[in-house]
Write a new protein. Structure first.
Length: 301
């Protein structure tokens, strides 16, 4: 049973940005401080400690290890105080076939065959960044973890793509499946009812930000900050509980469907971003994603 396309964008409603809410009972401590206030204080103490250690001029390796631990601790604090970004792969610090997760949740991805390409302008304006290039038999595998177990009816996935009519960019399946085939998002429930949404205009050889949001039983698709499609499901879009693949898609019993092109800045959220938040991400990334040198496009078809 196929639910049809709806390509008429609707005016986005503005909602205040809300973080995760801790339970009222657990959020208040006996001393009168909230958990969030205490975590922030601890984070500040950790940062001050690193400054003191540097000023004492500890031996190089010990100092570097201390600073690394401080950075890791700071990232964990960001997660604790309500950041809904649970996966962020920028592909700037790839090493040993591993793609670090910059969200602070340590969802490290494993790269099979895909290679880094240079030429992206960094957000800071200094130096250049990287994207991943896929040549038709490569993929990125992100194992399931508790933080990637997205809640029912509330999620966002966004990433940048650059290709000329390729397909098979994105896949996750656990009860409900989520797939991006070229310019079509396909969501399939446990009863094999599927819903399609468009990603029109993202296959012209230029960089585009593609993604979707789920709020309740409403799924919306976006390209470059603009809503393209919307569909209402007949059942709740249930949680994620399996491996995420980038550059590889399963269909039926076949899992050898691969992507040819470039992908960058994959992000997964445990909330449905507003239209304004998605537009902001597009505006922040559009400039630097036009800087990729033509010489790096050799694998695109």
């Amino acid at each position: 049973m196929k639910k049809g396309f709806t390509h008429t964008p609707q005016r986005a409603q503005r909602h205040p940005i809300k973080g995760r809410r801790l339970g009222e009972a657990s959020a208040r401590l006996v001393w009168g401080f909230t958990v969030i206030e205490l975590l922030v204080v601890i984070a500040v103490i950790g940062l001050l400690s690193s400054i003191v250690l540097v000023s004492l001029d500890l031996p190089g390796k010990r100092r570097q290890a201390t600073l690394a631990k401080t950075l890791e601790f700071s990232q964990s604090i960001q997660s604790a105080i309500g950041d809904e970004l649970v996966g962020s792969w920028t592909f700037e610090n790839v090493a040993g076939g591993k793609a670090p997760d910059m969200s602070g949740y340590n969802n490290v991805g494993t790269i099979y065959g895909a290679t880094q390409v240079d030429g992206l302008k960094l957000a800071s304006g200094a130096g250049t960044g990287q994207a991943l290039s896929f040549d038709g038999n490569d993929y990125l595998e992100i194992p399931y973890s508790a933080s990637l177990g997205l809640p029912a009816n509330n999620e966002t996935v966004l990433f940048w793509v650059k290709h000329n009519g390729s397909s098979n960019m994105f896949f996750e399946s656990s009860g409900w499946s989520r797939r991006l085939f070229g310019t079509v998002w396909v969501f399939t429930d446990a009863g094999n009812t599927y819903y399609q949404l468009g990603a029109d205009g993202s296959n012209d050889g230029n960089w585009h930000l593609v993604g979707y949001t789920i709020t309740g039983r409403t799924i919306k698709s976006y390209v470059d900050g603009k809503q393209i499609s919307e569909v209402t499901t007949s059942a709740d879009v249930c949680c994620t509980a399996s491996t995420w693949w980038v550059g590889r898609v399963c269909s039926g019993s076949t899992c050898d469907l691969y992507y040819t092109g470039l992908i960058d800045e994959v992000r997964i959220y445990t909330k449905a971003l507003t239209a304004g938040e998605i537009q902001k991400q597009y505006a922040e990334g559009a400039g630097r994603h036009q800087e990729l040198a033509a010489a790096n496009n050799v694998n695109e078809k």
